[in-house]
Design a binder for this molecule. Sequence first.
Ligand SMILES: Cc1ncc(COP(=O)(O)O)c(C=O)c1O
Length: 394
Amino acid sequence: MPYTEIDIRTSIRPTVAEIDLGAVQRNLGRLRATIGPGVRVFGVVKADAYGHGAVPVARALEPLCHALAVSLVEEGLELRAAGVRAPILVLGAYYNRHQDEVIAERLTPVIYDRGELERFADAAKRLGRRVEVHLKLDTGMSRLGVAPGELPAILERVDNLPQVKLAGLCTHFASADVEDPAATEAALRTFQAALEAAGAARFSGVIRHAANSAAAVRFPAARLDAVRPGLALYGAMPSEVVRLAGLEATLALRSRIMAVREVAPGTGVSYGGTWRAPRPTRVATLPIGYADGYPRHIRQASVLVAGQRVPIIGVVCMDMLMIDATDLPESALSGPVTLIGRDGAAEITVDEVARWAGTINYEILCGISKRVPRVLRDAAATIPFARTSFSVTP
Ligand SMILES: Cc1ncc(COP(=O)(O)O)c(C=O)c1O
């Protein structure tokens, strides 16, 4: 068969990430059931939808969310080029000199300083357009956003820029997933006090939003007019402190064994020979490594083969890793290997891999590299709620 007729990315190496778009949709439904019907949802699909593939995830979420949210202009442009028509909020971009493109492609920029406000106003004027912007306040994250005290002056400036429409006001919480709620409650108070001080009445029709997944679930008062969940859509939560029952895993990482050898006791496995066989050992090699985003710094990690946990041995290489297959039946050696996901009754969650690697689940999901093909399952036809309005503005 000529190469043009087969997908070499999924038909040669068996290492793939299976993406369950139906589960993403159902997780959104689960979140909606918790936050209630009056709150808009901006589905966060930045960082390639947390490693799931921004375009397919955006297509699956588009009919179900009020807007999508990305971090970079580039990410918004990718979605527009793929035909995504929903409003797209650009959360934290370095806009450089691309304000015209942002406006032309109907991306909604979050503005976090006065200079950017002026640059968007100039661009809108040049294009003969009106640009809708969301303004970000820094309420304690110390990353992006204007100081609450600057709000009145900025609003006054916006009032004098007919080509700029303030469509949203937002902030971002630094600590919504830590045990002590005090920092989040204080940030919310700061946000609300800033709006009060600037004259709350003037914000009728301006969407106020602050909550990431953790805050959306844990702090009802922080839901405001809209929430911006990312991680919860992908079936995970940022810490043990926040739980949302019923979330489903959305990504499985699988491969197959490419080579098997029997080694004598004392034989080293992988670089540095740091792991030595304590007994006659059957070593199986998998075609996945840290270049695929499987973390090198895992400790005491395992994979699933034929529903059993099988330990990873030796250090993870760039393109391969080894497992101790001694106790596996011969028949299992030709079957699938699960690095993240379910195999029968057994499951390795992304949280577990993150623990083995000493990092957070976000980093594991976002780190699965572009070398790993994403294999999509169909978006479920069973969507438990109707299409909502299609505007980031009220
Ligand atoms: C500004 C902003 N809003 C929302 C989110 C979504 O956060 P989470 O994935 O924790 O729901 C992020 C992600 O880091 C963010 O940076």
